[in-house]
Design a protein around this ligand. Structure first.
Ligand SMILES: Nc1nc2c(ncn2[C@@H]2O[C@H](COP(=O)(O)OP(=O)(O)OP(=O)(O)O)[C@@H](O)[C@H]2O)c(=O)[nH]1
Ligand SMILES: [Mg+2]
Length: 271
């Protein structure tokens, strides 16, 4: 909200893409970040969804233009369209599901090969709340990402609601995890991989909100100043969703934003 005391801060747009296996919680992380909301039974994303959210850093405001891709394999070929020219990527896995880390590594490799050279990549192990329930290793030191002062100004300007209009009868390929959902991927394993590859690393829970804002804040802080100049409106700014082959023009978001009650709930990135 108010930049009043110090005058307007410079504002930059940052194109961010989310990638990861189906059902790891990409859309849920975005929904938490943008609307401070969570849905227990979220439908799979079809094609991709586009949302925006501002993050106010001490010296500037970052406007994230977020492309939330569909994790189902049938949509995999669309991904390059969404990560092309992206300045940041969240590669998400489900820490109760080993295959999802394997998939995340594939995405990281693909981004390193084919995305913009300076892209900031964050590896995110989601569903930390489930790890806390089961046995597995402790989750307390899971938040190894950095945080720094920032505030989120609630705003989301995606229009359409309701995702999953197309053939969403595909068998819920990865709809759930192990019965009690205990952690299967240790913090150490994932963070050492992230270190090797030079990625930011966080464990999050879209369900509780733990560490979600921190991920975006860390990314905002990690974007090189140079790449913030003349931010690229790739994919069209603010809701002008060019969904390309996977989606339809004018239906630029498939995340359900009907429940906007909490959309301005977060005044800070909780850090
Ligand atoms: N317990 C728990 N469940 C979660 C969390 N995040 C997401 N879920 C649940 O996991 C399921 C899948 O979440 P989505 O956000 O739709 O996953 P996605 O990665 O966007 O899936 P696709 O769109 O198919 O790629 C939903 O039922 C969510 O409620 C979390 O942090 N904890
Ligand atoms: Mg989704």
């Amino acid at each position: 909200m108010a930049d009043s005391a110090t005058g307007p801060k410079p504002s930059s747009s940052v194109k961010l893409v989310l990638l990861g296996e189906a059902a790891v919680g990409k859309s849920s992380l975005v929904l938490r970040f943008v609307n401070n909301d969570f849905q227990e039974n979220k439908e799979p994303t079809i094609g991709a969804a586009f949302l925006t959210q501002k993050c106010s850093l001490p010296t500037r405001t970052i406007k994230f233009e977020i492309w939330d891709t569909a994790g189902q394999e049938r949509f995999a070929s669309l991904a390059p369209m969404y990560y092309r020219n992206a300045q940041a990527a969240l590669v998400v896995y489900d820490l109760t599901k080993p295959s999802s880390l394997t998939k995340a590594k594939h995405w990281v490799a693909e981004l390193q090969r084919q995305a913009s050279p300076g892209i900031v990549i964050a590896l995110v192990g989601n569903k930390l709340d489930l790890a806390n329930e089961g046995s597995g290793d402790n989750a307390e030191d899971a938040a190894t990402g950095h945080s720094s002062g920032a505030a989120v100004e609630g705003s989301s300007d995606s229009g359409a609601d309701g995702e999953g209009t197309d053939a969403d009868n595909e068998p819920a390929e990865d709809q759930d995890t192990s019965p009690s959902g205990a952690r299967k991927i240790s913090t150490r394993e994932a963070s050492s991989y992230a270190d090797e590859e030079g990625l930011l690393f966080f464990e999050t829970s879209a369900k509780t909100g733990f560490n979600v804002a921190e991920v975006f804040t860390a990314i905002a802080n990690a974007i090189p100043e140079a790449s913030l100049k003349g931010a690229r409106g790739v994919g069209g700014a603010a809701g002008a969703g060019a969904l390309g082959a996977g989606g339809r023009q004018g239906e630029d978001s498939r995340i359900n934003l009907r429940d906007r009650g909490a959309s301005t709930a977060k005044e800070g990135c909780a850090c």
